[in-house]
Design a protein around this ligand. Structure first.
Ligand SMILES: [Zn+2]
Length: 219
């Protein structure tokens, strides 16, 4: 993570509105080239070549959560491209994050149900203990909570006690002057949310779950 090169400060280039009119692969919406040209290998694996940014990326308190549709799982060099692309995405600021968070949410089961999509259950696919809300999926689910606990321990923070995503990303951990969070910690937070969500999707689509120790290694 330390070598990931995420630079939040010079990454805020393009305002993308709600992302519905901006094409994820074709438009120039991060600070570099179009993803189609910059990441040709991973582009070949994309199932929906003309997908919009808004349909690929959900922003939770400026943390991008991406739902992919690959024709096969990226590996090798494709995976390298994917990781590099995720850093580009994490650097792309959102115009009105708070509004957007209210409007567009992670496609957890409770949200899909609210949109009228017929599901056989709205319970959490991982623990089956509660309804799958955004807060449950990313924070409250036993496995997610364990991952956060481990990450907090790794960073030498106190006990993890957040009960919602908002709570988490508005949290108390900041750098010395108390006003801005450490960018590296922001990157870790982002990666943590991303891998928790990725693991959730692995369960839903492939019926596999990794233990929190493995998820932490991925982070
Ligand atoms: Zn759960």
């Amino acid at each position: 993570m330390c070598n990931c090169g995420v630079n939040f400060n010079d990454s805020f280039v393009r305002i993308i509105g709600d992302g519905r009119k901006t094409l994820f692969w074709e438009d120039h919406w991060t600070r570099d080239k179009r993803f189609r040209n910059k990441y040709p290998r991973i582009y070949r694996l994309e199932e929906v070549k003309d997908v919009s940014v808004g349909d690929r990326v959900s922003w939770v308190n400026s943390v991008p959560i991406v739902t992919w549709q690959w024709c096969r799982t990226p590996s090798g060099r494709c995976e390298d491209e994917l990781n590099s692309m995720m850093r580009d995405i994490s650097g792309a600021a959102h115009k009105d994050e708070a509004e957007d968070t209210k409007r567009r949410r992670l496609p957890v089961r409770v949200e899909l149900d609210n949109r009228g999509i017929d599901l056989h259950t709205v319970r959490c696919p991982i623990c089956d203990d509660d309804m799958e809300s955004t807060d449950h999926a990313l924070v409250l689910c036993k496995l997610a909570f364990e991952v956060w606990e481990r990450v907090y321990r790794w960073w030498g923070f106190g006990n993890f006690s957040s009960t919602s995503v908002i709570d988490l990303f508005n949290g108390e951990y900041s750098d010395g002057n108390g006003s801005k969070k450490n960018p590296l910690w922001q990157a870790v937070e982002w990666a943590c949310g991303y891998y928790i969500w990725k693991n959730r999707n692995k369960k839903v689509f492939h019926n596999k779950v990794s233990p929190s120790s493995t998820i932490l290694n991925d982070i």
